[in-house]
Design a protein around this ligand. Structure first.
Ligand code: ADP
Length: 377
């Protein structure tokens, strides 16, 4: 595609003639991925490069000789037109101006652009032309927006447990007895413990995300007994799940090679989600079976369920079916999926809205003696 714009016979005998110089300049002008245009000091379009013309699906003749603010590039808002006219005014005073705009192009695409308007001066100091350069900053803006959303979500999530801890500490300050001691109720101690666990969990999720992104998500593989792993996990989580009924069915007495803490993290995440997304008193059942050299473990709840269209999306980072619920960052399932990938395992869900969800995990059963190279530490 690009080749068709390379001027033929550009360098005939290793010498650039002024004609070929001109052609070279024009191809650079057209090839540039930036939007470039040349205006008279009054703002009339004299030139526009191919990138700019293609964006609105126009030919040079469609825009040449028109005031730039009357062309299709600048019909998006009166405010942007005003900024442009001010920049032209400043250009006539020999000043460079830059500002951000949004432009609508073909196929309804809208992009964010950083515009630079620079005067090209004569030797006597007059503005001869105005050069308009536009850099497409859409992807930068999107990343910036994502960062802002992440920051606001982090601040929001961390604030809740900290507020609870602060309230409890204030409450207890009022209960200091004459000996300078306080008595903590077991209920409050539990709340403190749970809120601290929540804070730790949120911080760990963020640390894991950064480890995954920077390739520093490290694993220590050993031989693990699945039954033992599940029993230990259930023990750890039982206090958290005390308002639900945990029903443990088959726990297979088989071994596999894996990272004990990381696999425990996956099961804790699934059971925690079952608790978070189902009403108190409901059953959460944990079952497993062997299938074709793999152990399949399932965590089933009787909660709100997940609509079909979200059932693969929930494994993407930051995806939450209902946002801003004070229930996490939408990272747990993404991290779980990454952990299972490193174990040659899989995770998926079957669910119906209003009936509950069943999360499945499959892991290969292999012993340490014949573990594949890529599972070694
Ligand atoms: P978090 O729970 O922190 O938002 P996860 O990655 O663990 O993050 O889950 C992503 C989303 O998937 C949740 O926000 C929720 O919308 C949905 N989800 C996860 N588990 C369940 C479940 N057991 N029942 C219903 N929805 C769930």
């Amino acid at each position: 595609m690009l080749n068709s714009y390379v001027p033929k016979n550009l360098v005939s005998d290793n010498k650039l003639t002024s004609k070929t110089n001109d052609q070279l300049f024009h191809s650079l002008f057209d090839f540039s991925l930036e939007f470039i245009g040349l205006l008279s000091p009054t703002g009339v379009v004299l030139e526009a490069n191919k990138t700019s013309l293609d964006f609105i699906g126009a030919e040079l003749n469609d825009v040449k000789g028109r005031y730039i603010w009357n062309t299709p590039w600048w019909q998006q808002s009166q405010e942007f037109k005003k900024n442009l006219k001010n920049a032209i005014k400043r250009g006539n005073q020999g000043k460079i101006t830059h500002f951000e705009t949004q432009h609508h192009g073909l196929n309804n695409q809208t992009i964010s652009v950083e515009i630079f308007l620079k005067p090209l001066m004569t030797t006597s100091g007059k503005t001869a032309y105005l050069l308009v350069e536009g850099h497409n900053i859409t992807s930068f803006k999107k990343t910036d927006q994502l960062k802002k959303e992440l920051l606001s979500s982090v601040a929001h999530e961390l604030k809740t447990p900290i507020t609870v801890l602060k309230l409890l500490s204030q409450l207890y300050q009022g209960r200091i007895n004459t000996n300078g001691h306080i008595e903590l109720s077991s209920e409050d101690l539990l709340t403190i413990d749970q809120e601290l666990d929540r804070l730790t969990g949120l911080i760990n999720d963020l640390l894991d995300l950064s480890r995954i992104d920077t390739g520093k998500f490290r694993f220590t593989f050993t031989e693990i007994n699945i039954k033992q792993l599940l029993q230990d996990t259930i023990k750890k989580i039982s206090l958290y799940a005390r308002n639900h009924q945990l029903s443990i069915k088959n726990l297979p007495n088989v071994s596999m090679v894996g990272d004990l803490n990381r696999l425990q993290q996956v099961f804790i995440n699934l059971i925690t989600n079952a608790v978070k997304y189902s009403p108190e008193g409901k059953i959460i059942s944990i079952d497993s079976y062997i299938d074709n050299g793999k152990v399949i473990i399932q965590v089933q709840d009787q909660g709100i369920g997940i609509a079909k269209r979200f059932q693969t999306l929930i494994f993407n980072k930051f995806f939450q079916v209902i946002q801003k619920q004070n229930k996490g960052f939408g990272l747990g399932l993404y991290i779980s999926k990454e952990i299972l990938k490193r174990h040659h395992g899989k995770i998926w869900v079957e669910s119906n809205v209003g009936e509950g969800s069943t999360f499945f995990i499959s892991l290969p059963i292999i012993s340490l003696s014949n573990q594949p190279e890529n599972l070694k530490n």
